[in-house]
Write a protein that binds this ligand. Structure first.
Ligand SMILES: [Fe+2]
Ligand SMILES: [Fe+2]
Length: 265
C-alpha cells in the first residue's frame, strides 16, 4: 500500500459567510492540491456560534471528511443527538464523557486510514479533563488502527499548543492549532516528523474582530457594557493548511493557504 497522503485542514468556519467561502473555494482547492482528506473546524459555522446537524450534513455533502469543533460545540441544543450518532463530527476528547459526542474517529480513503483527534486546551478554556493525559490515551488507542493521525488542538494559549506539538512530535502526523481565528507564522515539520502550526486561523470575515462585526466588538470593549454581537461579512478569507505525508505518521511538508474569497460577501 502507498502510505503517502495529503490532508487539507481548514480553520474555524465562521457563519454563513465562512460556509460560502469554504464551499466556493473547495473545488478549486481540490483541483490544485488534490487532498486525500478534507478536515474542517466548524465550531462557529452556525451564525458564528456552534453548528447544526443540517450545516454539518451540508459540509459532508460537499466532500468534507471530518468536522472538528471546540468550545462552542454545545451552543445549539439541536445538534446534541447528532453528535452521538455521526461518527465523523468531533468535539474535544477531553470534555466529560457524559457530554454529548466523542473526540476521535477514523476515515479511510484510497486504503489510507486517517485518524482525527479533537482536543481542547485547559488554559482559559472550559475543558474538564487534562489535555496532555487525554492526548496520551487517544494516541495510544489509535496508534495501531491508523496510518496517519491529525490532532486539532483547540486552545487559547500558544504555550499549550507549542507544548503539545513537541510532546507528540514523531508520534502523530500533524498537530494543528485552532480557536484564536488568527493564523500564526510558525508552520513547520518538527524534527520527529510531525507537522505543526500554532493556529491555522479562520475561514470567515477578516474585516471583523475574529469574526464579529467590528463596530459591535469595539463598542463592547469601549463601553464595557453588553452588546449584541453579529457576524461580520466583510473581506472573507479561507485560512487552511495543506499537510503532506509519505510514510505512516510522518509529515514531509505543511503549507499555509491564506486565500481571499473575492466575489463572496
Ligand atoms: Fe472558533
Ligand atoms: Fe473556539
Amino acid at each position: 500500500m502507498n502510505d503517502s497522503a495529503s490532508i487539507l485542514f481548514v480553520g474555524d468556519v465562521v457563519g454563513g459567510i465562512g460556509r460560502r467561502t469554504l464551499l466556493g473555494l473547495l473545488a478549486s482547492l481540490r483541483e490544485r492540491h488534490a487532498p486525500d482528506f478534507v478536515v474542517v473546524n466548524a465550531e462557529n459555522a452556525a451564525g458564528g456560534l456552534g453548528i447544526t446537524s443540517k450545516i454539518a450534513q451540508e459540509l459532508f455533502a460537499a466532500g468534507v471528511d471530518v468536522i472538528t469543533l471546540g468550545n462552542h460545540t454545545y451552543r445549539r441544543r439541536e445538534v446534541y443527538a447528532y453528535l452521538d450518532q455521526e461518527d465523523r463530527i468531533l468535539r474535544p476528547a477531553n470534555f466529560l464523557p457524559s457530554q454529548p459526542g466523542h473526540g476521535w474517529c477514523v476515515v479511510t480513503r484510497r486504503g489510507i486510514r486517517l485518524g482525527v483527534l479533537s482536543l481542547s486546551g485547559n488554559l482559559f478554556m472550559n475543558a474538564s479533563r487534562p489535555v496532555f493525559a487525554e492526548a496520551e490515551t487517544a494516541v495510544g488507542a489509535l496508534a495501531d488502527r491508523v496510518d496517519h493521525l491529525l490532532v486539532d488542538m483547540h486552545a487559547e494559549a500558544t504555550s499549550e499548543k507549542v507544548g503539545l506539538g513537541w510532546h507528540l512530535d514523531g508520534r502523530v502526523t500533524a498537530v494543528v492549532g485552532t480557536h484564536t481565528h488568527v493564523p500564526t507564522a510558525d508552520a513547520r515539520v518538527l524534527p520527529g516528523g510531525t507537522a505543526y502550526i500554532t493556529d491555522v486561523g479562520m475561514t470567515g470575515p477578516r474585516g471583523g474582530v475574529i469574526g464579529v462585526k467590528r463596530e459591535r466588538a469595539i463598542e463592547s470593549m469601549l463601553t464595557q457594557m453588553p452588546v449584541k454581537f453579529e457576524t461580520s461579512t466583510e473581506d472573507p478569507w479561507l485560512n487552511a493548511v495543506l499537510i503532506r505525508a509519505s510514510e505512516p505518521m510522518k509529515a514531509t511538508a505543511i503549507d499555509q493557504l491564506l486565500v481571499p474569497a473575492t466575489g463572496i460577501g
